[in-house]
Ligand binder design. Structure first.
Ligand code: BT5
Length: 251
């Protein structure tokens, strides 16, 4: 049987600043693809655009190093690959997660996990990608800051019982290996189709905030790069490469 590349080297930390920062250091030092860093808590967990990821003890915080050997323009599909792996795992706990573009995993419309990808590309070649995943495991509502209490949830809150973080990690790394294999085999259509099946974004009226503009329209499709296509009210199509997506019916 083929080995899981994500179980060859797993490094555990009690507490850490950020597993993504640690993984980046190791990636620069040449550590192999698949190495995983796991922490019980993070002091400076990061979200996209340098936002804070609340990381109290009880959650699961991990990062891994990827060195994909496929054209660098396909790195934009990695958020879909990672969100499918997290979604697959949460689903196996008999919950009904949905992916919100680009990388939020939500249960009952509340965020249960987040994904952060940071890549280093040189001369059109991927040097490394650090994939970070944060999952709200055994956290109750009081673990979250007041600002997050209406928008965040955890496995404990949804299942009303504690989950074994080590078992969850094992399941997640196995799903990640399967999804990453699909990706490495360039099975991109399958990834995009399954992402669409597991997302609730397409068809919704959305408000997108990018670094430069706000766009309102219907989420029409996700293209071959994983970018979101919006049909605007003026009947134009806009391609969104990066930004925040808010469902208008949840405002
Ligand atoms: C993310 O960013 O969702 C990416 C989160 C990635 C965290 C992992 S943990 C392991 C690894 N090491 C790191 O340092 N990071 C990664 P974004 O889409 O920008 O969402 C951030 C926003 O989510 C924040 O501004 C809050 O509104 C909200 N948020 C923060 N902490 C949360 C939590 N624990 N649960 C739910 N929502 C949270």
């Amino acid at each position: 049987m083929e080995k899981n590349i994500f179980t060859k080297k797993i490094i555990f930390f009690e507490g850490i600043s950020s597993t993504n920062s640690k993984a980046k250091q190791l990636a620069i030092n040449g550590v192999d693809e698949g190495a995983v860093m796991v922490a019980k808590m993070q002091k400076k967990g990061r979200g996209r655009f340098d936002r804070l990821w609340e990381s109290p003890e009880g959650g699961l915080y991990l990062s891994t190093i990827l060195r994909p050997k496929i054209p660098s323009d396909k790195t934009t599909l990695l958020p879909l690959v990672a969100s499918l792996a997290v979604n697959d795992t949460i689903k196996s706990y008999e919950l009904s997660p949905k992916i919100k573009w680009p990388n939020d995993i939500r249960v009952n419309k509340k965020k249960i996990a987040g994904i952060l990808l940071e890549s280093e590309i040189k001369d059109n070649r991927i040097e490394y990608v650090v994939l970070g995943i944060g999952i709200n495991m055994n956290l109750d509502i009081n673990h979250f800051s007041k600002e997050l209490r209406s928008s965040a949830t955890s496995l404990l809150i949804e299942l009303k019982e504690a989950v074994d973080n080590q078992q969850f990690l094992k399941n997640l790394l196995s799903n990640l290996n399967d999804r990453y294999k699909q990706y490495s085999n360039e099975d991109f259509d399958k990834i995009i189709n399954e992402w669409k099946q597991n997302s609730d974004t397409i068809g919704k009226k959305v408000k997108i905030n990018t670094s430069t503009e706000e766009i309102i329209g219907i989420a029409y499709d996700v293209d071959q790069s994983g970018y979101l296509i919006i049909a605007t009210e003026s009947k134009n199509f806009k391609k969104i490469t990066s930004g925040d997506c808010i469902y208008v019916n949840e405002l």
